[in-house]
Design a binder for this molecule. Structure first.
Ligand code: GLA
Length: 401
């Protein structure tokens, strides 16, 4: 283990030395990205945690299609931690008894027009204590490719203490970079395209180097939970990170909690709106087989999804904050803008935004995204935003003068 980390450190230091701090985020390989827009799909962890098995995954895939969410753009069905079984005498990983035939499961998910994702760790153990990929990277990548896997979430887990013990920021980054490059190269060697999702909770400013080690997306925070305070803390902590992202390489503030029951519909609309402005991956984390019409409407809102998936692929950022009143904007293709007026207070509040604040001259055509309603041309927009709520606007591009 120590020798392995020593080697990792040297390899990683070499890789990082070639990249200046500032250039690292822009230095992704030129290869076509597996995630041209932020990945959309479903992941088992937030709702099912350890209680995930083959039948449940098939049922989620069925529900993804039957609900219409697949048509709305959700395509990955991602198995998170606790699928892992034992390695055989040759070191090949096998799924545990909850997943009797991973290849058959992948075939099933593919037959629905969807893609299958899986989970592992660069450490010896995953976060839930199952077998990680340390020392078996190439073998595991080949196994995933043989099964027909399309997406890998690679979670730092048991490597975290060595990263945290590193004497300097650069050494910590180097350990992580080496571990993530190793699996990136192993995936590449299989010849099967897979979305590569780095999960290391933002330790050592992943946004600065995630793209350079092949990450299509990288977690920027610790785990989300199904509480308004935690969701909003994570969302707001993304301020300033937009400049480290580029199309195909996304900051990941963690998966959605929409529909899990810990927040009300107003708060879940705030969650979806903020994630859309952040160009965040939209990985539903609820039980798709038991969705209320309201949950389905929130996850499936076409206007919000169009903002998240905007083809220009540029993350938004905070425009200004006034105590609990937060205004965030995102530039969209063709000169349009998304604007989120977020009221984090416990009571309704007036909020306003002017076209001048958005860098536009004179009135602009506004559209209320959740209400799907044109608001006409306005220079100052003012409205009451509910407690913990949002008004999400799409501001049309101004025709050239
Ligand atoms: C970590 C990750 C979570 C989830 C669990 C699984 O906490 O951040 O998203 O994958 O591990 O054990």
């Amino acid at each position: 283990m120590t020798r392995r980390i020593g080697t990792a450190l040297r390899v990683g230091m070499g890789a990082l030395a070639a990249l200046t701090w500032a250039a690292a985020a822009q230095a992704a390989p030129a290869a076509a990205t597996a995630a041209p827009t932020p990945p959309m799909g479903w992941n088992s962890w937030n709702h099912f945690a350890g209680k995930i098995d083959d039948a449940t995954v098939r049922a989620q895939a069925d529900a993804m299609v039957a609900s219409g969410l697949a048509r709305a753009g959700y395509r990955y069905i991602n198995i998170d931690d606790t699928w892992e079984g034992e390695r055989d005498a040759q070191g090949v990983i096998h799924a545990n008894s909850k997943f009797p035939d991973m290849k058959a499961l992948a075939d099933y998910v593919h037959s629905k027009g969807l893609k299958l994702g899986i989970y592992s760790s660069p450490g010896a153990k995953t976060c839930a204590g199952y077998a990680g990929s340390l020392g078996h990277e190439a073998q595991d990548a080949r196994t995933y490719a043989e099964w027909g896997i399309d997406y890998l979430k690679y979670d730092l887990c048991s490597l975290t203490p060595s990263v945290e013990k590193a004497a300097t920021l650069e050494q910590g980054q180097a350990i992580e970079a080496a571990a993530y490059e190793k699996m990136r190269n192993a995936i590449k060697a299989t010849g099967r395209p897979m979305v590569y999702s780095l999960c290391q909770y933002g330790i050592n400013q992943t946004w600065r180097w995630g793209a350079s080690v092949g990450g299509d997306l990288w977690r920027t925070t610790g785990d989300i939970s199904d509480r308004f305070s935690r969701m909003i803390q994570i969302g707001l902590s993304q301020a300033g990170l937009a400049k480290f992202q580029k199309p195909g390489h996304w900051n990941d503030p963690d998966m959605l909690e929409v529909g899990n029951g810990g927040m009300n519909a107003t708060e879940y609309r705030t969650h979806m709106s903020l994630w859309a402005i952040l160009a965040a991956p939209l990985l539903a984390g609820n039980d798709l087989t038991k969705m209320s019409p309201e949950t389905l409407a929130i996850l499936g809102d076409k206007g919000v999804i169009a903002i998240d998936q905007d083809p220009m692929g540029r993350q938004g950022d905070r425009l200004h904050a006034e105590g609990p009143l937060e205004t965030w904007t995102r530039p969209l293709a063709g000169g349009a803008k998304a604007v989120g007026l977020f009221n984090l207070a416990d009571r309704p509040a007036y909020m306003q935004v002017t076209t001048a604040e958005l860098g536009l001259k004179g009135p602009a055509a506004l559209h209320d995204v959740w209400a799907d309603k044109d608001l006409g041309k306005q220079t100052t927009y003012r409205a009451i935003v509910p407690a913990h709520g949002v008004i999400l606007l799409r501001v049309a591009a101004k025709p050239a003068a």
